[in-house]
Write a protein that binds this ligand. Structure first.
Ligand code: ZN
Length: 591
């Protein structure tokens, strides 16, 4: 994570004379403050004291034909009084990227930011077309009448120079004297109403409630624009939701707060650890931190969207100790965890349809797994510490095809690859000490066979549970080398018993639902222990892709499905079978 040397504030507006006319150069954020009135007061972000900027943004030049208008605007641009500091809004207006995502908690002024940006651009650029889309007619109507209309009606400069009674003024359309237009539409299940409106700026509100497929349809409105600016705004829901997907495409800027009690100073992210009893605190030392001293820090590289997360913890009107206690702390204690993450922190949160949450998986990883033995890194075959050399080690192998397949509904899935998991019992947990996925060149069948054999020998595996489904005959090669008591085959079958030994096919037939449930429950109860999340994530994300499908809404008829391959999960399931077999917990024992 890189920190800028200084937070962004726009430079002072430049007013000069060009060809006998007054020319004003200012950033969008400054124009907004010069032009707009909100609730009877000038729209203000904060007092302007910065003279330099480290975010490259465009300056918007306005050469007025009406000298008195130019002078008036120039004067307005210079007048910035002290107010609540909201430095975090400047970069949103002055964003150097064409596309942006705002991932917001509830009540953080997102509608105000949207309407101010729309009106500012409509006045700055003649013939500029804006398309605003929310999920429902009701939401669009509310936005138009409660946010946009008052802003237009009570902004003195707008009414003096940009709008009169000849301009279109309907709920779903607003016009300006310079030819600019704002169109307001809605799209949830169906994007037809938002289709066929060419636009320069697309603004999608409540993104979390709009279907991803419809966003692609709506985006076509920008295809002929030289600007093609888009801003997507919403409150996150689950990790599967559209909001999280677009946040994932973004720079994921976090408003980071310095704590000066450390050398070098530490930067604090505004999440649940930053919630003190009376205000935001440093999670390292517990002392109060000053949110207004924060700055945006980009946390991912090479993203297509500029992303900003705006939790309630950073907005000035939540910061006085009483409001903080009554709202932030109260909600922390009383809200459901998912609701709190979504609405206060602006962070996506897993819901119940996901059988295992990311939080639960992270809890299984070192060091939060409370494992008695050191699992601070995966145990490599060349360096097996004595403690694991003395343990009986087991293996689960899920063979993969190594090529793309089709999922439910015919959607193409990521290819599935062979995954090996190696582990041992440590106390009452299955410690997973090593995992490997055979991808790319290594996906070759001969290579996989040779390498799995090498690992079995290196770790001195007692029992390897292998799946029979994609066995290719590879299983018989392994059985020849290691013997039938060390390489045991498993196959999913629909059957009443959870587990049955089938002497004819020489394998265990197991009930899919039963064994998936058992393995999931074990993960939820921290019955598995893994190396740190950083090392385990690439495998555990397979577990995250599993979801529960209640067929025809019948909760008894539960069915597990997955969005992406779940190979690593299947290899854990088999590892569990190998261990249960050895400890006589898998009934009946065949030998
Ligand atoms: Zn501190």
């Amino acid at each position: 994570m890189s920190l800028p040397s200084k937070g962004y504030l726009p430079p002072k507006p430049k007013v000069s004379e060009v060809d006998g006319k007054l020319s004003i150069k200012a950033r969008k954020s400054q124009w907004a403050q010069a032009l707009l009135h909100l609730n009877g007061d000038r729209y203000r972000l904060n007092k302007l004291d910065g003279d330099d900027a480290n975010l490259s943004t465009e300056a918007w030049d306005m050469r007025g034909d009406d000298p008195s208008a130019s002078e008036e605007m120039a004067q307005h641009l210079q007048e910035f009084g002290a107010g609540e500091r909201r430095d975090y809004i400047y970069p949103i207006f002055d964003n150097p990227l064409r596309k942006a995502v705002l991932c917001c908690g509830r009540q953080v002024e997102k509608s105000t930011i949207c309407s101010a940006l729309m009106v500012t651009e409509s006045t700055l650029i003649s013939m500029f077309r804006t398309l605003y889309v929310s999920p429902s007619a009701m939401q669009t109507r509310t936005f138009s009448s409660e946010k946009l209309a008052p802003l237009l009606r009570y902004s003195e400069m707008i009414n003096k120079y940009w709008r009169d009674t000849s301009c279109r003024d309907q709920v779903f359309e607003k016009g300006f004297l310079n030819g600019s237009m704002i169109f307001l539409r809605y799209a949830f299940l169906n994007a037809d109403r938002a289709r066929g409106i060419p636009a320069d700026r697309l603004l999608i509100d409540e993104l979390q409630d709009i279907l991803a497929d419809n966003i692609r349809v709506i985006e076509e409105c920008l295809s002929h624009s030289k600007h093609a600016w888009s801003l997507y705004v919403g409150t996150p829901k689950t990790l599967e939701n559209t909001m999280e997907r677009y946040w994932g495409y973004s720079t994921q800027n976090e408003w980071m707060i310095p704590c000066d009690h450390h050398t070098p100073k530490k930067w604090v992210k505004l999440d649940v650890d930053a919630i003190g009893e009376e205000g935001p605190i440093c999670k390292h030392c517990g002392r109060p931190i000053n949110v207004t001293a924060g700055q945006w820090v980009q946390t991912t590289k090479d993203a297509a969207y500029q992303g900003f997360r705006i939790p309630q913890l950073m907005v000035p009107w939540k910061l006085d100790p009483q409001t903080w206690k009554d709202e932030i702390v109260w909600k922390l204690e009383n809200y459901d965890e998912g609701e709190f993450h979504n609405e206060v922190l602006g962070i996506s949160f897993d819901n119940a349809a996901k059988p295992v949450t990311r939080q639960e998986l992270v809890q299984c990883c070192w060091p939060s797994n409370n494992l008695g033995v050191d699992l601070s890194r995966p145990v490599m075959p060349s360096k097996i510490p004595p403690i694991f050399k003395r343990s009986r080690l087991f293996m689960g192998v899920d063979w993969g095809e190594g090529r793309a397949g089709k999922g439910p509904g015919g959607r193409m899935k990521r290819p599935s690859f062979t995954v090996v998991s190696i582990g041992a019992m440590a106390g009452d947990k299955i410690a997973v000490i090593y995992q490997k996925r055979y991808e790319g060149k290594e996906a070759d069948k001969d290579y996989v066979l040779k390498d799995v054999g090498r690992l079995m020998a290196a770790y001195n595996i007692k029992i390897a549970a292998v799946d029979r489904g994609f066995g290719w005959g590879i299983n018989s090669d392994l059985i020849k080398t290691f013997g039938e008591s060390r390489v045991v085959q498993f196959q999913y079958v629909r059957q009443k018993e959870s587990t049955r030994w089938d002497p004819l096919s020489f394998c265990f037939t197991i009930d899919r639902n039963f064994h998936m449930s058992e393995t999931i429950n074990l993960l939820k109860r921290q019955g598995f222990a893994f190396p740190p999340w950083e090392a385990s994530e690439e495998f555990l994300k397979d577990v995250e892709s599993i979801y529960v499908d209640y067929r025809q809404g019948n909760r008894n008829e539960m069915y597990f499905d997955h969005t992406d391959p779940d190979d690593a999960f299947q290899s854990l399931l088999l590892l569990r079978c190998a261990i249960y077999l050895a400890y006589n917990k898998l009934t009946p024992a065949p030998f």
